[in-house]
Design a protein around this ligand. Structure first.
Ligand SMILES: Cc1ncc(COP(=O)(O)O)c(C=O)c1O
Length: 461
């Protein structure tokens, strides 16, 4: 019998182990750092869970939320009911949206946003007289949240295992092969939408191969299939553009967001819908169109106030441009880790998103878990992705010194875990340029697929 030391059932956890070995209890956050109950300082290398875009301890967001909570915390928004923060936030997101004439459907988080989009796609095609278009296409390595719809769309098999029957109307295509998608779309007339993380996140941090996103976007357009960009991770600045859809010029039909919308200060998500898709629901039809969908907290007033304050900070402090700069610092700092024999690949260079992936042999010998433990001892907090890769996605306020410290800590933790450098390396920010510096006046417009691939840091594996 293991001892029960907690009543808190943690997500994605082996509770027998947690209950036996104890929890790390965090108490406070400030910028890119969090502190445990004993006051130990950790660099937050994961951005919480890819969400802490503006960083921790922003009193401004707490105060804006508290003001709204003490005025009107929330009220139903079903039917014709609204509150001012939800209206203002919808207007603001429509103005930022990378598609024309956007409408905004609020949710409580990313998995809600995925569920909402699956239902919206099917309902949309029913309204257009094509109810057979039920099938959703997803990609290998995809992560679309943990509700039943998102679990059905998972490209990570372990996330589906032993959960019984899932939605059968799903087709999985390779993550990096635009022609495979084109073939499916040419052969079938029952496809409603293609769900796509512009940069795959939880499945291992895979940036799109050169030309991939342009090609799949084009296929969807030609076959009249909805293109759904899942920007739950990439949204609100993480790739160095406000949305990855902007960086890769995707003009999505539907865009899913959450996390960075509030930087995690309170739970909230938003499904941003192009006017062309909202049309059948927003214009008088021969029959009344009432979409029987929504959540108790859709358009929660306090959450909307938090999101507004979060976006104020993102804009006022030019944090998206900061990501555009820091992606090169992070790339230069971490790419040399690929020299280690236990490291298969360091996927870095696009935004503040990196995975340090280990070889199958290293995985079989428990190296990633030892590296993770070593990092924690050195005051760096992150986690392993399903593939065993280290997730690196710090808050946008991370400093260049933090990144140098992070690189040094991973280097030391890999050595301690038995990794051997194939050639002598020096880890840190004095490494030779692996990525071009993009000056901030070139801004995010300087990005395109070509840019990314031409200048991608070298890797092996
Ligand atoms: C791409 C993507 N979609 C959806 C989700 C689900 O979001 P949530 O955990 O807020 O439900 C996540 C969460 O990591 C995600 O990465």
């Amino acid at each position: 019998m293991t001892k029960t030391t907690t009543r808190f059932w943690h997500p994605f956890a082996d509770m027998a182990a947690v209950s036996d070995q104890g929890e790390l209890v965090l108490a406070r956050g400030e910028g890119a750092h969090v502190f445990d109950e004993q006051g130990r300082d950790y660099l937050d290398a994961a951005g919480g869970l890819w969400f802490a875009n503006v960083g921790h301890g922003r009193v401004e967001i707490a105060e804006a939320t508290a003001r709204q909570l003490s005025t009107l915390a929330s009220y139903s928004t079903f039917g014709d009911l609204a509150n001012r923060p939800a209206l203002d936030l919808a207007e603001r997101l429509a103005g930022l949206a990378p598609m024309a004439d956007a409408r905004v459907f609020f949710t409580s988080g990313g998995s809600d946003s995925v569920d909402t989009a699956v239902k919206l796609v099917r309902r949309y095609w029913s309204e257009l007289g094509q109810p057979q278009r039920q099938v959703i296409i997803t990609r290998e390595h995809a992560y679309h949240g943990m509700h039943l719809a998102g679990t059905s769309l998972a490209g990570i098999p372990a996330n589906q295992a032993s959960h019984g029957s899932l939605d059968p109307a799903v087709v999985v295509v390779p993550w990096n092969d635009a022609e495979a998608l084109e073939r499916v779309l040419s052969e079938r007339d029952d496809i409603g939408a293609f769900f796509c993380e512009p940069v795959i996140g939880a499945g291992g941090v895979y940036a799109p191969p050169e030309g991939y996103l342009a090609a799949v976007r084009d296929s969807c357009r030609r076959h009249d299939v909805l293109f759904v960009a899942d920007e739950v991770i990439t949204g609100y600045g993480r790739t160095g553009a406000m949305f990855a859809s902007e960086r890769w010029n995707l003009d999505p039909d539907i865009m899913l967001t959450a996390k960075g919308l509030t930087s995690g200060y309170v739970p909230m998500g938003a499904v941003v819908v192009a006017g062309r898709v909202a049309g059948p629901f927003w214009t008088p039809q021969s029959h009344p169109v009432l979409w029987r969908h929504g959540y108790t907290y859709s358009g929660h007033a306090g959450a909307a106030a938090a999101a507004m304050a979060n976006l104020d900070i993102l804009e006022r402090e030019n944090l998206v441009v900061q990501v555009d700069h820091l992606q090169h610092v992070l790339g230069r700092g971490l790419a040399p880790l690929s020299t280690y024999d236990v490291v298969a690949e360091v996927r870095t260079g696009v935004g503040l998103l990196t995975a340090v992936d280990f070889t199958p042999e290293a995985l079989a010998h428990g190296v990633p878990a030892r590296v993770l433990a070593g990092l924690r001892q050195r005051g760096v907090l992150t986690r392993l992705l399903a593939s065993g890769a280290l997730q690196i996605s710090p808050p946008f306020v991370v400093t260049e010194q933090d990144i140098a410290d992070l690189a040094g800590a991973i280097d030391a933790a890999i050595k301690d875990a038995g990794g051997v450098a194939r050639t002598p390396i020096a880890v840190g920010h004095e490494e030779p340029d692996l990525l071009p510096q993009i000056t901030s006046d070139e801004g995010v417009d300087a990005f395109d697929d070509d840019h990314y691939l031409r200048d991608r840091p070298p890797h092996h594996g």
